[in-house]
Design a protein. Sequence first.
Length: 66
Amino acid sequence: MKLQIVADLCQGHGRCYDLAPALFGEDEEGYGKVLADGEVPLGNERDARRAELNCPEHAIRLTEET
């Protein structure tokens, strides 16, 4: 799984980094950012999905990689 935030959609609500602090952080302006390279470590899939589903702007993209 890989995470991405669509910057044009993010409004800085901060739910992503509140729900999944191991996967998301905030930039210098308070907007969400994906940590590291966006790869979701094993065991963090549930947090990634929860953050995606709870983003009010639907700015988080979660893709399955094969």
